[in-house]
Design a binder for this molecule. Sequence first.
Ligand code: GDP
Ligand code: IMO
Ligand code: MG
Length: 430
Amino acid sequence: MSNQIVVLGTQWGDEGKGKIVDLLTERADAVVRFQGGHNAGHTIVVDRQKVVLHLIPSGILRSEVRCFIGNGVVVSPEALLDEVTHLNNLGVAVDSRLRVSGLCPVIFPYHVAIDIAREDSLGKNAIGTTGRGIGPAYEDKVARRGLRVADLLNPNECRPKIEAVAEYYSFLLEKYYGQEGVNAGSLIERYLDYGIRLSSMVTDVSLELSQMVRDGKSIIFEGAQGTLLDIDHGTYPFVTSSNTTAAAAGVGSGVAPNIFDSIVGITKCYTTRVGSGPFPTELDDDVGAELASKGNEFGATTGRPRRCGWFDAVAVKHACRLSGVTSLCITKLDVLDRLSDLYICTNYRLGEETIDSFPNSTSQFAKCTPCYEKLSGWSSSTAGLREWENLPKNAVRYLNRISELLEVPIDIVSTGADREDTIIRQHPIS
Ligand code: GDP
Ligand code: IMO
Ligand code: MG
């Protein structure tokens, strides 16, 4: 039986999606990225060898699996080609298995320049973007002035488009940000060259995926970032510029929404966030520092330290509702080993009120303080455990309480960075 599943992050990203997608791909025929860009950093560890992917789907390490970059992804040709080379150098064949939608918006250097200039001008109100030009590239898509990957394959159409957009960005960069303008000529040559190098990978992803579904193949739709970074439903404006919820999987890859069988929510058993924005359960104390150090919480894309805090059940419940999460994968359980007490945020205090749902406004969310339920920790190691039955009693209590609060079953628990360090109670792909 074939299965079409969406795997996505339910917090502020870095939940361990890459590890789990790579693992689940053992039963899949294809993996598809449908939003975001190379702002993502997905770490996979197989036999102690670490691979970090930014743009290429996390199924690429399985030699039989096809990988697709759907139309919802903003593509930096330079980053993509670098990643292909990096994987080739590791002995991973990519070219024959990776396909990119011609409809993907292209990221140009002026997007990066605007991203950085805008962050600089925001000063202490900066969003803390990854500086990869993601937001400006999505702006161009919606403004209908952006170029798409297919444009790079057609010199006659590409040239005037780049000339027009370069004029616009030169004006903006020079006059508004006081920066250097854009040299259209050199940009055209460089991007037409990228077009030639990418041409064999460019395809109609929507059509190919539909055919695979018809042929009874199983496909994993791999989310990047996390629900609380969703442009509509996240902590706006401290968000990324794409929809990160399950509904984006259809739109961002060109498949109908009725093909999906299940939605797997990847959830870290505590909370982390990179960049600015409200974070009610953040810990500025020794426990926060311990989570950061034991969890090795440094961004895979920018190397920035991740902010750490207790598990926020209100926020994750919001995420589960938005995406219709059908099963949970709880990651990094081993990081909580040997903490004497654990806290789960079950409600927020907002002014005089206690609320149990995620506020519909970020300014309200910023005023929320957490109400905690205290649970006892466990004194033994869970690192590398592969059987639910071998988990310490208190770890089972902690996991069951999370499942109860979120009203979603836990099918997978991750107990280490390696592919094998995983408890699979039920595989989402039959
Ligand atoms: P993603 O962006 O959601 O794919 O997550 P990242 O790869 O950015 O961050 C997750 C980090 O935690 C990576 O360094 C993983 O290797 C690591 N990791 C994943 N699962 C586990 C786990 O269960 N335990 C530990 N200790 N590390 C894990
Ligand atoms: P993965 O897929 C964590 C955050 C940035 C910033 C905000 C906007 O590895 O989970 P952007 O460059 O997208 O305009 O930045 O979003 N952000 C992430 N945080 N994990 C990610 O991806 C992220 N991608 C973007 O830190 O706060
Ligand atoms: Mg990451």
